[in-house]
Design a binder for this molecule. Structure first.
Ligand SMILES: Cc1cc2nc3c(=O)[nH]c(=O)nc-3n(C[C@H](O)[C@H](O)[C@H](O)COP(=O)(O)O)c2cc1C
Length: 327
């Protein structure tokens, strides 16, 4: 018993035959850990150490262990006599008499505050690092100027979606968007103004392609690319129209444009069935449609309404199906 008495960990014994399981023994370690003297606590249930902090999930594990008269170990918040919190690594084990009757519980209380505090602050640091990492990943995936995705990230995400879509087979609409007469814009207003215009265009495009599943990226220079999943060509046409309108509405003066007195864009759109078309072929076809839109005078969209069949050659049937959207 003297070894138990002089243990630095708290050791307690409760009377399990009494309905409220009062303490019948506490050692010096218990007094040191909790700050209570044994005459203060004998005859009481040990729950007083929880104060008002009784809403702890670990206590349920303790209760159920004790209901089933088995050993259980939990980590709970307890409060010393002076009110200071300490983390208690509590283990309780049942004691049975020769007839197999539960008579007592023995409990061991270990103050693990230091290691729990370290663990909690490590976890907090980890959460912060994860958040910073996400932000960095997000920044890395986006074009610094226009704040839309960068080309490679767009292609990676599209690639994943493409395989998903192969089983579900909704139509994927690809949009190639190019700023009209942008070279002349830069020549007239300078590259800083060109960059500012691209940033504004990026923001406007983010508003048009705003659904969770929409993807919008800077494809290079003054060219953007977008992908949406949609079940109808009308959706794609509406979006293409919205793109042209949104950019015109920015009212970015362009005195040197052959199209309008403000910056405009041309858009090529293709609606593809991922089961019969690769991303490359889809993008090539959207690019062809964009080219047609440019040829027809810019500031407009062209849409390929029929899914194209994968082929290295230009899908003639699809190109014949080009629809023009004059703005
Ligand atoms: C031997 C023994 C020691 C215990 N020691 C503690 C303790 O140090 N701190 C504590 O919060 N609860 C301790 N408990 C648990 C409480 O006495 C009680 O069982 C727990 O709060 C769940 O029951 P309740 O919902 O009736 O409060 C101990 C229980 C036993 C059987």
């Amino acid at each position: 018993m003297s070894a138990i008495e002089s243990s630095t960990e708290g050791i307690t014994i409760t009377d399990a035959r009494h309905p409220d399981m009062p303490l019948v023994y506490v050692n010096r370690g218990f007094e040191a850990v909790t700050g209570y003297r044994r005459e203060d606590v004998l005859g009481r249930n040990c729950r007083f150490l929880q104060g008002d902090d009784v809403d702890q999930p670990q206590l349920e594990a303790l209760r159920s262990g004790m209901r089933e008269a088995r050993s259980v170990s939990v980590q709970i918040r307890n409060y010393r006599k002076d009110g200071r919190l300490f983390w208690n690594q509590l283990s309780v084990a049942p004691i049975f008499d020769e007839q197999g009757q539960l008579t007592h519980y023995i409990g061991v209380q270990k103050d693990v505050t230091d290691s729990v505090v370290i663990q909690l602050s490590l976890r907090e640091r980890e959460r912060e690092l994860i958040a910073i990492n996400r932000k960095l990943e997000d920044l890395a995936a986006h074009d610094g100027l226009t704040k839309v995705l960068d080309r490679q990230h767009f292609l990676d995400v599209l690639d994943d979606r493409w395989s998903d879509n192969r089983s579900q087979a909704p139509t994927v609409c690809l949009f190639m968007i190019d700023v009209d007469c942008f070279k002349q814009f830069n020549d007239s207003y300078g590259h800083a103004a060109g960059d500012a215009a691209l940033a504004q265009i990026g923001m406007a495009l983010r508003k048009v392609f705003c659904r969770d599943t929409d993807l919008i990226a800077r494809y290079g220079g003054e060219e953007f690319v977008a992908a949406t999943t949609s079940n109808s060509n009308e959706d794609a046409a509406t979006l293409a129209q919205n793109v042209c309108r949104a950019i015109r509405k920015l009212q970015i003066s362009h005195g040197n444009s052959t199209v309008a007195d403000v910056l405009t864009v041309s858009v090529g759109v293709v609606a593809v069935d991922p089961r019969g078309c690769s991303i490359d072929a889809g993008l090539r076809t959207a690019d062809d449609a964009l080219y047609e839109a440019k040829e027809l005078g810019r500031n407009q969209y062209r849409i390929v309404p029929t899914p194209v069949v994968d082929s290295a050659a230009r899908p003639t049937a699809a190109i014949n199906g080009l629809a023009v959207g004059r703005m």
